[in-house]
Design a protein around this ligand. Structure first.
Ligand SMILES: Cc1cc2nc3c(=O)[nH]c(=O)nc-3n(C[C@H](O)[C@H](O)[C@H](O)COP(=O)(O)OP(=O)(O)OC[C@H]3O[C@@H](n4cnc5c(N)ncnc54)[C@H](O)[C@@H]3O)c2cc1C
Length: 409
């Protein structure tokens, strides 16, 4: 029996959708996206900071550095062509005192090596020219950094897929795979189990990517560590109007984490948000602080990498928990950048906006920094194993790379 589809893409987040769209644009016929949830983009894609990153921090020559820069240009072209609302609001990475200057300069040199367009160093006066309410002694200014609603971008990719003749199945959770001459996927919709046969599979399963990889002949490691990011919102309308762009701290290199630190971001819906923090989640869909999944906790606690990580990062983790529980601890850090703000000018943004990062964790407790893609079954299967931020910005370039890789094998 011939396969019912030529390529099955698992995951209807921004990466799965961008990949399916790219396949169709290259005239691959028979492309089907299977998404477990009833709505596309329900996880990381619909729950992030909405920043269009310019590629400043990533290690030179890494996939993140290359694909972010390519993705930045492709994203702006796509947004403009499709009239998707977005703003090039720019970004400042702000040093508050002398102790942060060496790291600020290191990041600036790194950004130059990555050929990030239009960046420059500014002094205290330059900061105030760009953001009059922001305090600091020096900053990197990236005018090309922007904001967009990534969920809306994903919806546009989905519309492109439908227009190009692709199929999207929602409420279709892949639960089993059989790799023979053709590949057979079993997926569940409610209680009903259906089967789809295909020649190739590309998996972009986000927070479940390690589990889907195991179904598809992959290894358990690296395992996904769910790291929740919660946001505050600034309620003072005067300040919301006065902050024009993104304000980021100099990341504390001492933490050894890939997280960029809590930042101010003006959203497309007109809010000024502050976040995300980085709190260990007890469930891969644990958007509220007390959400708990026995299966997710069992997987986490039985993974050797988790215990290595816990030994190294327990202080950092505990501090993030503390700031998550006590609002005043979270606002104190933000107030250093915009001193006019009072504690009463912030409120929690709520669990409906929090996001959970799918952060790959190695067996020795290393937080995998770069994007990771793996192939299996003689190249007929491609797994996305690590695609945290800036993967939304990089979605079009990741899709380009995945499809190049997939079609060449
Ligand atoms: C708090 C936070 C802030 C961020 N900020 C930014 C930012 O400002 N800029 C930026 O560029 N990036 C940002 N990111 C990163 C970005 O959101 C993600 O890298 C990107 O959305 C990843 O897309 P994805 O498609 O891989 O994952 P997801 O959006 O998580 O999609 C994976 C999909 O796979 C589905 N799935 C899982 N298992 C199965 C299965 N068995 N069968 C079928 N479907 C399945 C899931 O339901 C899900 O819809 C942020 C992320 C977070 C969490």
């Amino acid at each position: 029996m011939p396969p019912a589809t030529n390529v099955a893409v698992i995951g209807g987040g921004i990466l799965g959708l961008a990949t399916a769209r790219e396949l169709l644009l290259r005239n691959v016929k028979g492309v089907t996206v299977l998404e477990a949830e009833s709505k596309l983009g329900s996880h990381q894609t619909g729950r992030n900071s909405g920043v269009i990153h310019a590629g400043i921090y990533y290690a030179p020559h890494s996939l993140k550095a290359k694909l972010c820069l390519e993705g930045l240009h492709k994203t702006y072209q796509y947004l403009e062509k499709n009239n998707i609302p977005h703003k090039r609001v720019g970004k400042l990475i702000v040093a508050l005192d002398d102790s942060e200057l060496p790291e600020l300069h290191r990041i600036f040199v790194n950004a130059q090596e990555n050929a990030v367009p239009e960046i420059r160093l500014v002094d205290a006066g330059g900061i105030r020219d760009i953001e009059p309410e922001c305090s600091g002694i020096a900053a990197i200014h990236s005018p090309l950094t922007g904001v967009v609603d990534w969920g809306l971008v994903a919806d546009h990719y989905a519309q492109d897929i439908r227009n190009l003749g692709g199929e999207i199945l929602t409420s279709a959770r892949v639960i089993g795979v059989n790799c023979n001459d053709t590949i057979t996927l079993n997926y569940k919709t409610g209680d009903k189990v259906s089967t789809l046969s295909t020649e190739r599979v590309i998996s972009c399963a986000g927070l479940q990517s390690d589990r889907v990889a195991q179904l598809l002949d992959g290894l358990r490691a690296p395992q996904i560590l769910p790291v929740r990011g919660e946001y505050l919102r600034v309620t003072n309308p005067h300040i919301v109007k006065r902050i024009r762009g993104n304000i980021y701290p100099v990341p504390d290199s001492g933490t050894g984490t890939p997280f960029l630190g809590v930042h101010f971001t003006p959203t497309m819906s007109g809010e000024l948000i502050v976040g995300p923090n980085a709190v260990l989640a007890f469930s891969r869909a644990g958007y509220r602080p007390l959400d708990f999944s026995l299966r997710d906790m069992k997987d986490m606690l039985s993974y050797p990498g988790f215990w290595h990580l816990a030994r190294r990062f327990w202080r950092y983790g505990a501090a993030e928990f503390y700031r998550s529980i006590f609002l005043s601890a979270a606002t104190t850090a933000a107030q250093r950048y915009v001193p006019v703000l009072k504690s009463s000018d912030f409120e929690r943004r709520g669990a409906q906006f929090s996001g959970i990062r799918a952060q790959a964790l190695g067996l020795k407790g290393e937080l995998v920094d770069d994007f990771v893609f793996e192939t299996a079954a003689d190249g007929r299967v491609l797994h996305t194993r690590n695609a945290p931020s800036p993967a939304a910005t990089s979605s079009l370039s990741i899709a380009r790379m995945i499809v190049d890789k997939s079609l060449s094998s």
